[in-house]
Design a protein around this ligand. Structure first.
Ligand code: SF4
Length: 386
């Protein structure tokens, strides 16, 4: 039993990492591996043990949201998904209106699978489309076509999903603004409730980052800036509200799971590579199926290499996460957390950022403007880490 953890976390969101994909995309730095026979059954057995172990430690957690991420959770057979959801409902108190999200990839988002997932209680689908242009999908090493992505979104509606999110990537090598906006407009035609639009970053060690220079040459800064600003404008015109640097949603349809994490609430991560933050303790499961299995088997999962979050670390994280959202940072709350009054401690930099229209302060909150979001990392560093 872990009384220390139990008393700190009566309520937490759940993240379940499904570490399998049909093949590895060229830009991907997430922990996932190509699926081979027998892997899913072995994974399910260990995951159910991990759920049981955490229920012993934490008691009946109140769970407002569950998020199946990956990897490719749509590779789970429906009976595996059923077993996992059943275990969660038996061991924890899932809120009656719990948001249950599943990430899906077009090539495995069949009408049969999605209907089964919807029937089992999944009520939000996040579809990894990335682009509606086949040549871009090929460049990214995605195992599906634009047409399959369109069909998967249609399948989601056919299966009864009223809360559909599409994930897209912009700023691809050699991409022009018009090409990106063409994909974005196609996405909007599908009327999803939610859109995530991430700028491509070349992660060291990925095949794309190590491709010949002409294949990995990102668009120039000015083109990237135009893409970002015009993304926001196009989506606002189409009725979407930006609620985070890369996320847009119809009114009331923002992803609750992500919002809770960005608000600094507790979350329990299950599966290899999943991170948990419970009170002032944080741990990350090993990025290895074998090591994760061994730690669950020996009941050591989450107890080894735990990090204790100091009040200072928590305050910095609060600032970093809050400034990524359009709600911004509550200055009084930050002062209570950190003992720092940003308005006086960083007076000169705040004045300069306001003059350049990179930040706004009103009603006690500090927010980044859209132009500020383009250089968010520098602003966050200047306000929280210098
Ligand atoms: S589908 Fe997603 S998790 Fe899997 S390899 Fe591609 S980017 Fe990575």
């Amino acid at each position: 039993m872990c009384a220390e953890t139990r008393s700190a976390a009566p309520s937490a969101s759940l993240y379940i990492h499904v570490p399998f994909c049909r093949s590895k995309c060229g830009y991907c730095a997430f922990y996932s591996q190509p699926l081979r026979e027998g892997m899913l059954d072995a994974y399910l057995t260990v995951l159910l043990d991990e759920i049981a172990l955490w229920a012993e430690r934490l008691g009946r957690l109140n769970v407002p949201t569950v998020f199946f991420g990956g990897g490719t959770p749509s590779l789970l057979p429906p009976d595996h998904l059923d077993s996992i959801l059943d275990a969660l409902r038996q061991r924890f108190d899932l809120a009656p209106d719990a948001e249950i999200t599943l990430e899906a990839n077009p090539e495995s988002a069949t009408l049969d699978f999605l209907s089964a997932a919807r029937h089992l209680g999944v009520n939000r689908l996040s579809l990894g489309v990335q682009s509606f242009r086949d040549e871009e999908l090929a460049l990214l090493g995605r195992p599906h076509t634009a047409r399959q992505a369109w069909e998967a979104a249609t399948n989601a509606r056919g299966a009864g999903f009223g809360n559909l999110g599409l994930d897209l990537i912009w700023g691809l090598p050699a991409q022009r603004e018009g090409q990106w906006l063409e994909s974005l407009r196609r996405a909007v035609e599908l009327s999803p409730e939610h859109l995530s639009c991430y700028g491509l970053s070349l992660e060291p060690g990925t095949p794309l980052a190590e491709a010949p220079e002409d294949l990995r040459q990102l668009p120039p800064e000015r083109e990237l800036a135009r893409m970002y600003v015009h993304t926001g404008e196009l989506l606002e015109d189409a009725g979407y509200l930006q609620y985070e640097i890369s996320n847009y949603a119809r009114l009331g349809q923002a992803c609750r799971h992500n919002q809770l994490c960005w608000d600094g609430r507790d979350y329990l991560g299950l599966g290899p590579a999943a991170t948990s933050t419970l009170g002032h303790l944080r741990h990350t499961n090993p990025e290895s199926l074998r090591a994760w299995t061994e730690l669950v088997r020996t009941r050591q999962i989450g107890l080894h290499q735990r990090e204790t979050l100091t009040p200072e670390t928590r305050a910095k994280e609060r600032l970093m996460l809050a400034l990524r959202t359009t709600k911004g940072l509550d200055l009084a709350e930050y002062r209570a957390l950190s003992g720092v009054n940003l308005l006086t401690s960083h007076k000169a930099i705040i004045q300069a950022l306001r003059q350049k229209e990179l930040i706004r302060i009103n009603q006690g909150r500090l927010r980044l403007t859209r132009t500020g979001m383009l250089v968010s990392n520098s602003i966050i560093r200047a306000l929280g880490f210098e």
